[in-house]
Design a protein around this ligand. Structure first.
Ligand code: MD6
Ligand code: FE
Length: 224
C-alpha cells in the first residue's frame, strides 16, 4: 500500500515504540519525532563520510548568483542542485560527471521507519539531499517543490549541533515559528503541509561529540 491518505498523518503505526511525548505535531501532516534516529546517528554519519569522499560537500550557487552558506551533497538516484540556471534534480554529480553515490541501506531503512511511525506507510525515497551547516550557515525561507511526487512526504533527519528550524505557512509572508531540532530528531512532513515555507536560522557556534563543529541534515524525498 502506498501513500494512503489519512485524516491525520501522526497516528503512530501499530508497534510504535516512540512515547507520545516525543511526538510534536507542527501542523496537519507534519510531526517531529524526537530522538527517533539518535541510536543510529553514528552509523548514519559514517555513511555520510563515505558519500562525501566520492561526492564532496560543495557550496552551490543560487539562481540569483549568491553562494549558499550551507554545503550540500546527495546520494540516491538523483541529486538536488542549484546554479545560475535554476534548481533541479540531476542524475549525475556536476562535479564529477558520474552518478551520485547509491542510497545506503541504513538510510532507506530509517526513512521508511520514520514515515511509518508518522502513520505514512510505503515511503520509498529515491533521493537524499545532505546538508552541512557550520556556525553562521543558514537556509532562508523556501518551499520544497522541485519534486514530481508532491503527494509523498519528506523525511528530514538532524545530526550533530542543534539548529533552530523556521516553520512558516503556505505564504512566504506567514511569520515562522521557531523549533529547535537536536541530533537524532526526525521531521516527517507531507499532506497539507508539504508546501509550507520553512528555513533554518543561522547555526550557533558549538561543538558536538558526533560531528564536531557542524550540523548535518538528511532530507529524503520521492522526486520521481
Ligand atoms: C534543514 N531542511 O533542516 C533543511 N525541507 O537543514 C529542509 O529544508 C527541509 O527539513 C523540507 C522538509 C524538511 C526539511
Ligand atoms: Fe526544505
Amino acid at each position: 500500500m502506498r501513500r494512503t491518505r489519512r485524516a491525520s498523518h501522526t497516528a503512530p503505526a501499530t508497534g510504535s515504540l516512540l512515547p507520545m511525548e516525543d511526538r510534536v505535531q507542527l501542523a496537519e501532516g507534519a510531526v517531529v519525532l524526537r530522538g527517533f534516529a539518535a541510536d543510529r546517528a553514528p552509523g548514519l554519519l559514517a555513511r555520510v563520510r563515505e558519500i562525501a569522499a566520492t561526492a564532496p560537500f560543495r557550496h552551490l550557487e543560487t539562481p540569483g548568483g549568491y553562494r549558499m552558506s550551507v554545503a550540500m551533497t546527495n546520494c540516491g538516484r538523483a541529486g538536488w542542485v542549484s546554479d545560475r540556471r535554476g534548481y533541479r534534480y540531476e542524475m549525475l554529480d556536476p562535479l564529477s560527471g558520474r552518478p551520485w553515490p547509491p542510497m545506503p541501506e541504513e538510510f532507506m531503512d530509517l526513512a521508511a521507519r520514520a514515515a511509518n511511525e508518522a502513520g505514512l506507510g510505503g515511503f520509498d525515497p529515491d533521493v537524499c539531499l545532505i546538508n552541512r551547516y557550520e556556525p553562521g550557515a543558514r537556509l532562508s525561507l523556501h518551499q520544497d517543490r522541485d519534486e514530481r511526487q508532491l503527494g509523498a512526504p519528506i523525511v528530514s533527519v538532524s545530526l550533530g549541533l542543534p539548529a533552530t528550524f523556521l516553520w512558516g505557512g503556505l505564504r512566504r509572508s506567514d511569520r515562522p515559528r521557531r523549533i529547535v531540532l537536536s541530533s537524532g530528531d526526525v521531521v516527517v512532513w507531507g499532506g497539507p503541509s508539504r508546501l509550507v515555507y520553512h528555513g533554518v536560522a543561522p547555526l550557533a557556534e558549538g561543538m558536538h561529540e558526533l560531528t564536531g563543529r557542524c550540523r548535518i541534515n538528511l532530507t529524503f524525498r520521492q522526486a520521481f
